[in-house]
Design a protein around this ligand. Structure first.
Ligand SMILES: Cc1cc2nc3c(=O)[nH]c(=O)nc-3n(C[C@H](O)[C@H](O)[C@H](O)COP(=O)(O)O)c2cc1C
Ligand code: SF4
Length: 505
C-alpha cells in the first residue's frame, strides 16, 4: 500500500530505510544554556521508535555570540555539545534510524522587513542582509563551518542548512530584504547566490562526504521582492553541486500573517508545497523532499509519480510517531491524526515552553509518563463519551484497568461532533473517527450509549471519572445578550437565528 514511501533511498553518503523524515523541529528542549537534556533524548527516542527513516533536530545555533534571549536552543557553537550529541546519535542509530541536525544562525525575530523604511540606515535585526559587513559574512561562514565540523564529530548523519523562512543566507535572494548594491546584492543571480555558494562550498571543503548536506529553501517568500520560482530554480542549480537533498517550504517567520503558510492550520489544504517542489525537482538532479501538511497518501502518490523523492513531516509525526510503523503493518487507520491546531508551535515558538500536543498527551512529557502502568487494576466508570472521556478510557485500558464508559446520547464524540461538522474541518473529523475507532477497539472498555449514569449505579467502581464536557467560552461583552447564540445550541436546535447573522470565530 505504501510501497514507495517505505522503500529505501540514498541521500549522498546516507542511506535511509524509508522515505519519511522527521523535518527539523525545535521542541524547546535543551538546558537553558543550550545543552542536550534528558527530555530531548526521550522525545527523540519516542519519535524514532515509530519507524521514520531520519530525524532532524531543529535549530542547532551556530552563532559565536548568541543574543541574551536565546535559551533552550541547542548550541552547535559549543564544543561541549559534541559529547552530548554523540549520545543522541548513538541512541538514534540503535533504532536503525538516521539523525540530522539543522544548523542556523538565530536572527529575524527582532523586526519585520516589510515595515522597514527603505531609506533606513539601521539594521532591523542583528544580521540584516542589507547591512551585514563583509567581515560579518566571513564570520558567519566560519561559524557554520565550525558547527558542521562538530556535527561530524557528534556522529550525526546529516546537516540541514536552514535557508527557508527568511533565514540567512536564503533571504539574500529577496530584493526587498537584501537592498545591498555590492557583489552580494539581489540584483542578479551571481550576486544573490554568492553568499550561499561560498557558505556551502566552505562546508563541503571542510567535511567532504563525511555526512549528507541538506538545504531548506523557500519556493516563495510570499512578500514583495520574493524571488520567482524560476529564480529559485536558477539559485538551486548553483547550490546543487554542494548539497545532497533539497527541502522545499515557503513563507517568512518575520511576517506574522504568513505563519499559516509555514504551519498550515486545518482550513488550509494539505501538501501546499508539492506543486512547487515538483517543478523544482524537474530542473535538478539531486533528491527533493517537501514539507507542509503532507499526508502519507499524498507522499505515496507523488513519490510513485516521480514528483518528489521523499517526504518530510513534523506535526503528523508528533501527533503519532508510529505513523510509519502502522503503514508498514498495513494498519494506517491506527495512526492518530494531527488536527493542525498549531498548539505545538504556539507553545514552543511564542511561549518558549516545552512542546506539547493537543491529541498526543505524551508528546514532550516522555520522561514523566515513562513506565506508567499498574499491578493493581481498577474498575473505573467514565461518565461522558466526548474527547476527554474517550481519551481517559483508552489510556486507562492501555494501563491495565477495566472501564465502563457511559454516554447519555446515542453517539460518542461530544462537542467534536459539532466541531467536525464543516467540511473544511476534515482533520477534526478524522480525529473524531480515530478516537471512536480506537476506544471501541480496546478489549477492556465497555461502551454504554443512551445511558445516563446514576449515583446508585456507581457504587461498584473503584474510581469514577467525570468527563461531561466543557463550557464554551463566550466573551463577557456578549454574554446574556438575547441576540447572541452559541453555534453549538444552534446545531442542537436549542436556538434559532434570523436572516441577518454575524458569525464570530
Ligand atoms: C513545534 C514545531 C517546531 C518547529 N521547529 C522548527 C525548527 O526548529 N526549524 C525549522 O526549520 N522548522 C521548524 N518547524 C517547522 C517544520 O519543520 C515544518 O516546516 C512545518 O511544521 C510544516 O510541516 P508539517 O506540516 O509536516 O508540520 C517547527 C514546527 C513545529 C510544529
Ligand atoms: S499540537 Fe495540534 S498541530 Fe501540533 S501536532 Fe498536535 S494536533 Fe498537530
Amino acid at each position: 500500500m505504501y510501497k514507495h514511501v517505505l522503500s529505501p533511498i540514498q541521500i549522498g553518503p546516507m542511506k535511509l530505510k524509508n522515505r519519511v523524515s522527521f523535518t527539523p523541529v525545535w521542541p524547546s528542549f535543551a538546558t537553558s544554556d543550550g545543552r542536550v537534556n534528558r527530555e530531548l533524548i526521550e522525545w527523540v527516542r519516542d519519535i524514532v521508535k515509530g519507524g521514520v527513516g531520519c530525524i532532524n533536530i531543529g535549530c542547532g545555533c551556530v552563532n559565536r555570540n548568541l543574543p541574551s534571549f536565546v535559551t533552550h536552543l541547542l548550541r552547535m557553537s559549543e564544543e561541549g555539545t559534541v559529547n552530548e550529541m554523540t549520545m543522541l546519535s548513538d541512541l538514534v542509530h540503535m533504532y536503525q534510524c538516521k539523525i540530522g541536525i539543522e544548523l542556523f544562525a538565530i536572527n529575524m525575530y527582532g523586526g519585520s522587513f516589510e515595515t522597514r523604511d527603505t531609506n533606513s540606515t539601521k539594521p532591523v535585526v542583528e544580521l540584516d542582509p542589507t547591512f551585514m559587513t563583509k567581515e560579518q559574512i566571513k564570520e558567519y561562514i566560519e561559524d557554520f563551518v565550525e558547527a558542521a565540523d562538530r556535527a561530524v564529530r557528534c556522529g550525526v548523519d546529516s546537516i540541514v542548512i536552514h535557508g527557508a523562512h527568511g533565514q540567512l543566507p536564503g533571504c539574500f535572494l529577496n530584493k526587498r530584504i537584501n537592498e545591498r548594491t555590492d557583489e552580494y546584492s539581489a540584483e542578479n543571480m551571481d550576486n544573490a547566490s554568492r553568499f550561499t555558494v561560498e557558505l556551502l562550498s566552505a562546508i563541503r571543503e571542510r567535511i567532504g562526504n563525511k555526512l549528507a548536506i541538506e538545504y531548506r529553501i523557500n519556493a516563495s517568500d510570499m512578500v514583495e521582492g520574493s524571488p520567482t520560482l524560476d529564480e529559485v530554480i536558477e539559485f538551486v542549480k548553483r547550490i546543487e553541486p554542494y548539497i545532497d537533498l533539497l527541502h522545499v517550504s515557503r513563507a517568512l517567520h518575520s511576517e506574522q500573517k504568513l505563519a499559516p503558510y509555514m504551519n498550515q492550520p486545518l482550513y488550509y489544504p494539505h501538501g501546499i508545497n508539492i506543486e512547487d517542489a515538483t517543478k523544482i525537482k524537474k530542473a535538478i538532479h539531486i533528491p527533493v523532499t517537501v514539507v507542509g501538511s503532507v499526508t502519507l497518501e499524498q507522499a505515496e502518490e507523488h513519490i510513485a509519480n516521480g514528483d518528489i523523492d521523499m517526504v518530510s513531516m513534523a506535526r503528523g509525526l508528533m501527533a503519532d510517531p508510529y505513523m510509519v510503523k502502522n503503514a508498514k503493518m498495513s494498519c494506517p487507520e491506527k495512526t492518530r491524526p494531527c488536527i493542525r491546531c498549531n498548539n505545538c508551535i504556539n507553545i514552543t515558538h511564542y511561549k518558549l515552553a516545552p512542546v506539547r500536543c493537543s491529541v498526543n498527551a505524551e508528546m514532550g512529557m516522555e520522561t514523566i509518563y515513562m513506565n506508567v502502568g499498574t499491578t493493581t487494576p481498577k474498575k473505573i466508570a467514565v461518565i461522558g463519551g466526548g474527547p476527554a472521556g474517550m481519551e481517559f478510557a483508552r489510556t486507562a485500558s492501555q494501563r491495565g484497568h477495566s472501564v465502563d464508559l457511559f454516554e447519555k446520547s446515542d453517539c460518542l464524540g461530544g462537542v467534536l461532533n459539532m466541531a467536525a461538522a464543516p467540511d473544511f474541518k476534515a482533520d477534526i473529523k478524522n480525529y473524531l473517527e480515530w478516537s471512536i475507532r480506537s476506544v471501541k477497539a480496546c478489549d477492556n472498555v465497555m461502551i454504554h450509549l443512551n445511558t445516563e449514569a446514576k449515583p446508585e449505579d456507581l457504587n461498584e467502581y473503584d474510581v469514577v471519572v467525570v468527563a461531561i464536557g466543557s463550557e464554551p467560552i463566550i466573551p463577557q461583552f456578549v454574554k446574556d445578550n438575547p441576540s447572541v447564540v452559541w453555534v453549538g445550541d444552534l446545531e442542537k436546535g436549542n436556538a434559532t437565528v434570523g436572516d441577518d447573522v454575524v458569525i464570530v470565530g
